[in-house]
Design a protein around this ligand. Structure first.
Ligand code: FMN
Length: 362
């Protein structure tokens, strides 16, 4: 078990490395580039009337756009969570906080998560804890604390086996995980979301969750932020040269986001799917939604905006994503998300090969 100071230092390192270094998968892409939405020049709607509003966790949101859980546990993280909270509240969107493990270890850090709820009193906010904590003895009281801390609308359980495997202080032991997920669903006062963190979900993983009672899967696909690269940079700085090389070997590991959406959708047609991992525009969000996602999530671009320009910069960025998504619906002649889901698309290249090789349907 780590002590509090170590958890806190690691959190700061993750933020600073993510913001300042090149931490995206070196060669892998999301494969969203292999998706084309077919242009519809003879549209009979106006850009203005395109309706993006939808519901998420029982609340209305102005667009299917989510800021993925990233941080908490340090004063810097508190500022970031506050900035994101302020932005999502004003724009009518939803957000998650990062792993709340630090606040379970030291309750005086709870405020670094609670600031999100204070800044966003009406937005859907998702709590967060890791699979390693779940399998190593998270209690029912702990789960209640995580939810109460931010008056959460759901709790996300993050899976990060890649990061745990290559991290110098990693805890790569997931024995009994599926049973513990079942337990979590039973004791949690709010719905449970299971999320990856940049290495994606496969059909086989989604199938294992079929009868667990979870509410949603966040695919956390590959092609964006690579925790293997982040850990490689950390290991290098800590003087663990071999670990740094090994982490870099796995820099591109994982199911690309576009493929991961299809994998999950094929396994569980009725589950709520959030697509994160390498989404960098509203057009990326549109493609993810057309492939079967219900929501599009962003992490890295948002933390960079929050770090450099606070709430104002986050608002600007999210407004741009919303506008770009709206344009995609307009240009496919779709008045709302329901009609956009049947807009024609073309899939080629590696994504097409992935679909054929895995026997998936769009
Ligand atoms: C600095 C940073 C910290 C993160 N911390 C967490 C975390 O505590 N819990 C979690 O579930 N995901 C965490 N993530 C993963 C994101 O939620 C997301 O799944 C991943 O970064 C892929 O999205 P992106 O390519 O848009 O960054 C973190 C991401 C970043 C960039």
């Amino acid at each position: 078990m780590e002590c509090r100071g170590q958890t806190e230092r690691r959190k700061i390192e993750h933020i600073v490395i993510a913001v300042k270094e090149n931490v995206e998968a070196p060669s892998k892409t999301t494969l969203l580039d292999d998706v084309e939405l077919v242009h519809m020049p003879l549209t009979s709607i106006s850009l203005e009337e395109v309706e993006l509003e939808t519901s998420f966790l029982g609340k209305r949101v102005k667009a299917p756009i989510f800021v993925s859980g990233m941080t908490g546990g340090t004063p810097l993280a508190a500022e970031i969570n506050r900035a994101i909270g302020e932005a999502v509240e004003e724009l009518g969107l939803a957000m998650g906080v990062g792993s709340q493990r630090a606040a379970l270890e030291d309750p005086s850090l709870s405020y670094t998560f609670r600031v999100a709820r204070e800044a966003a009193p009406t937005a859907p906010i998702v709590a967060n804890i890791g699979a390693s904590q779940l399998v190593s003895g998270l209690s029912e009281r702990d789960v209640e604390k995580l939810v109460e801390m931010i008056d959460a609308d759901a709790i996300a359980l993050h899976l990060n086996p890649l990061q745990e495997a290559v991290q110098p202080e990693g805890e790569a032991d997931y024995r009994g995980l599926v049973d513990r997920i079942r337990w979590l669903v039973e004791v949690s006062p709010v719905p449970v979301i299971v999320k990856e963190t940049g290495a994606g979900f496969s059909r086989e993983a989604a199938e294992l969750l079929a009868d667990t009672g979870i509410k949603a899967i966040d695919v956390g696909g590959a092609g964006g932020t690579s925790f293997s690269i982040i850990e490689s940079i950390r290991a290098e700085r800590m003087g663990f040269d071999d670990k740094a090389v090994t982490a870099r070997v796995y820099g591109d590991w994982g199911v690309p986001t576009a493929a991961s959406i299809l994998e999950v959708r094929n396994a569980l047609p009725g589950i709520f799917v959030i697509a994160t991992g390498g989404l960098r525009s509203g057009l990326d969000a549109a493609k993810a939604i057309r492939l079967g996602a219900d929501m599009a999530g962003y992490a890295l671009p948002v933390i960079r905006a929050a770090y450099s320009g606070g709430a104002g910069a986050v608002k600007r960025l999210l407004r741009r994503f919303i506008e770009e998504l709206r344009i995609a619906l307009f240009l496919t002649g779709s008045r709302d998300l329901a009609s956009f889901r049947s807009a024609p698309i073309v899939v080629y290249g590696r994504l097409k090969e992935w679909i054929e090789s895995r026997g998936l349907k769009i």
